[in-house]
Design a protein. Structure first.
Length: 261
């Protein structure tokens, strides 16, 4: 670590982070929040929070619900997010396939990719219609070694790159079934590739099961998973893995056709 690593981030970066934290706080609390409540939840001085609240309010992203009753996001944020999502260059192409996978399996379908070289970040989540289902949110991060998409992404890396990355993983134990070390993970990746799906059965959460397969789009590698209660996923692994591989192959075939025209 160099001396520069200890420096505080530039003010404009800190401000951007604080705005995102405000949005995430409203999403978590799901209620109007006063200035003092926001400052307390963010652990910042009220004066700093006030400047950001005034700016967001003036731009139409927040409104005052009533005199001294607090602030809440307007529909502007949702409208902007929806507009962005409608033109996502990758998710726009895979959304139909994800819908088909959810309909065919009845389970939650997730697409994710490698994030900052050591995480899986979920890009989109279509939840199962079942009352008991796997629930996740786009933007969430997961550890590579205890996630089906993480394993799928590791499997398609060049061997030397994969080995270097695996050597840096913490191998945090989430359950007794979590992969414990690099050798065990490498062995599982090889076995899973031969079996036709990358599996997480109770490795991140005791009663959750998932299977994933890699798909390459626009020169980048993504992973798509089918996830749900382990008691539903495990008996259906063979059937679900065939459906998932077929869907991923179709996406890659469509990709090649699109660029060959």
């Amino acid at each position: 670590m160099t001396a520069n690593d200890n420096k505080a981030p530039p003010m404009n970066v800190k401000t951007a982070l604080r705005v995102l934290e405000i949005i995430e706080t409203f999403a978590r609390e799901r209620r109007a929040l006063s200035l003092s409540e926001l400052a307390r939840l963010l652990a910042v001085p009220a004066s700093s929070c006030l400047a950001l609240i005034r700016t967001l309010t003036s731009l139409g992203y927040l409104y005052e619900t009533g005199r001294r009753q607090g602030y809440y996001p307007t529909g502007r944020l949702l409208a902007m997010a929806q507009q962005i999502a409608r033109h996502d260059p990758v998710l726009d192409r895979v959304h139909g396939t994800m819908n088909e996978l959810r309909a065919a399996t009845g389970e939650t379908v997730v697409i994710g990719k490698l994030h900052e070289g050591r995480w899986v970040v979920y890009l989109d989540v279509l939840e199962s219609p079942h009352a008991i289902r796997y629930i996740a949110t786009a933007g969430e991060r997961r550890e590579l070694h205890a996630n089906s998409i993480g394993k799928a992404l590791l499997s398609v890396m060049p061997e030397d790159e994969r080995s270097a990355l695996i050597a840096q993983l913490s191998f945090e134990r989430f359950t007794p079934r979590t992969v414990a070390n690099a050798a065990q993970l490498e062995a599982e990746l090889k076995k899973s590739a031969e079996q036709g799906c990358f599996i997480n059965l109770g490795e991140s959460l005791p009663d959750v099961g998932a299977l994933a397969w890699p798909v390459r789009l626009s020169g980048e590698c993504y992973g798509i998973s089918i996830a749900g209660p382990a008691y539903r996923i495990e008996p259906a692994l063979t059937r679900f893995s065939a459906i998932l591989r077929t869907a991923c192959s179709a996406l890659e075939r469509d990709e090649r056709s699109r660029f060959s025209q």
